[in-house]
Design a protein around this ligand. Structure first.
Ligand SMILES: NC(=O)c1ccc[n+]([C@@H]2O[C@H](COP(=O)([O-])OP(=O)(O)OC[C@H]3O[C@@H](n4cnc5c(N)ncnc54)[C@H](O)[C@@H]3O)[C@@H](O)[C@H]2O)c1
Length: 407
């Protein structure tokens, strides 16, 4: 059985490690700059001190420590670490985005080819039973020729505030455009479901709401000092008391609101920053129109303003249509003129694996791909590069006021 090292033991690295351990794979080394996270790795994976590295230099200096590297540090580090890991001979399960620029994305893909190593990109949606069902229906021809496909990514008002106003992905200069961070999965799904490549696209979008000009009268820099927090849905105390596990609590402490509140209260953390007074610059709504091969039209809409976090998809063919919301794990098929829709309830019951069960299935398939000479992987880097190419093009179009980008 192939074994695993994890670089970046944050939310994603922990999920994959827990799944790997549960599935009988050995996670033999972890590297994370954060001491709390290293403690967590020792506790969860029963690792000794000398297998927990506090920086990438020390980690890479050891040479190749495992067959597979799960690379789940923050976006800006992916290029350098992926290139170094390829030099050492690791196969890599790489978190999206592959890297922050298209030349870097291509550079990693080319190096993987040159070194004969395998890279899987974590396009977990391709592995969800929900999207697999839709793919099966489209490929069966039951809805005829596909004419249009629409995907909406509803980020959720609280999730958007957490990740894209206050947290890790709030500033595109430090990370990447939101259409890449959030939607490379969606571009990938549009291409995969239709089996078509993209001929041209255009995009519009902006940051319109989470700006200084929209700060309510009597609000303050921190929610704890704000006179109007009770009427603000973005109030950190409302958001995190309902989701205490979203707060990075010191390792060993119970993940409850009492402990989370101490972290939210701490002014050195970002959690209770006013959403109208952050140095965020990523869009809060964006639309992309795509013309695919054979005249298929696709559209992608990403936006912050929804009560829940959910992806809605509609595939329209000449004989019928498919509709679904991933988080409901329910696919509806309407064949024209039959007067009755068919509903497929997709049973997913996986407490560790978010993304409707996709993380576990993706990891298992990647390990099979690494261990076998013949297996293929549904989300290998060559396929993923295409989705990144579209995301970079969409951002360019948006910045150029919707200019059409042709491929
Ligand atoms: N596939 C998906 O659907 C999906 C979902 C969320 C995030 N992601 C991606 O996964 C990656 C990690 O995201 P996350 O949510 O786990 O973030 P996170 O902040 O929870 O975890 C990142 C971890 O990397 C560590 N780290 C940062 N810089 C490091 C360095 N130079 N060396 C070693 N460790 C370092 C941090 O201390 C942290 O523990 C990101 O690239 C993100 O875009 C993918």
């Amino acid at each position: 059985m192939a074994d695993i090292a994890v670089l970046g033991f944050g939310a994603r690295g922990t999920i994959y490690s827990r799944i790997a351990a549960e599935e009988g794979f050995r996670v033999v080394a972890v590297c994370d700059v954060n001491e709390e996270r290293r403690h967590a790795a020792k506790r969860i994976l029963k690792l000794k001190d000398d297998k927990c590295f506090e920086n990438a230099e020390d980690f890479f200096r050891q040479g190749k420590l495992a067959d597979v590297l799960i690379l789940s540090t923050i976006d800006a580090t992916h290029y350098e670490y992926a290139m170094r890991a390829l030099d050492l001979g690791y196969d890599i399960l790489l978190e999206k985005p592959i890297a922050l620029t298209l030349p870097e994305v291509n550079g990693i893909a080319e190096k993987a080819k040159a070194t004969g190593r395998k890279i899987g990109v974590s396009h977990v949606l391709r592995y969800t039973p929900f999207y697999l069902k839709i793919k099966e229906l489209v490929d069966s021809g039951v809805i005829g020729r596909v004419m249009n496909i629409q995907q909406t990514e509803n980020v959720g008002y609280f999730h958007y505030a957490h990740s894209f106003v206050r947290g890790n992905w709030h500033n595109s200069k430090e990370t990447c455009p939101m259409i890449l961070a959030k939607c490379c999965h969606d571009f990938d799904i549009l291409l995969w479901l239709t089996g078509k490549s993209c001929k041209k696209l255009s995009s519009f979008g902006s940051l319109d709401y989470f700006t200084y000009e929209n700060a309510p009268a009597n609000s303050a820099a921190r929610c704890k000092d704000c006179a109007v927090s009770a009427s603000c849905p973005y109030d950190a105390y409302q958001i995190y008391s309902a989701r205490p596990t979203w707060v990075k609590i010191p390792d060993g402490q119970e993940e409850n609101w009492e402990n989370a509140k101490k972290v939210v209260d701490d002014n050195s953390t970002f959690y209770d920053k006013c959403v109208f007074r952050c140095d965020n610059d990523v869009v809060d709504h964006q639309t992309v129109n795509l013309v695919l091969e054979d005249g298929v039209l696709a559209s992608l809409f990403m936006q912050a303003f929804s009560e829940e976090v959910y992806r809605r998809v509609q595939v329209c063919g000449t004989l019928g249509e498919i509709n679904g919301v991933m988080e409901e794990n329910r696919v509806e098929l309407n064949i024209f003129g039959k007067g009755k829709k068919q509903v497929f309830e997709i049973g997913v019951n996986d407490a560790i694996s978010p993304h409707a069960g996709g993380d576990r299935l993706l990891l298992l398939d990647f390990m099979k791909y690494v261990e076998s000479k013949t297996a293929s992987f549904r989300a290998d880097i060559d396929k993923s590069v295409e989705s990144h190419r579209l995301a970079f093009a969409a951002e360019k179009s948006r910045l150029e006021n919707g200019k059409t980008i042709e491929f």
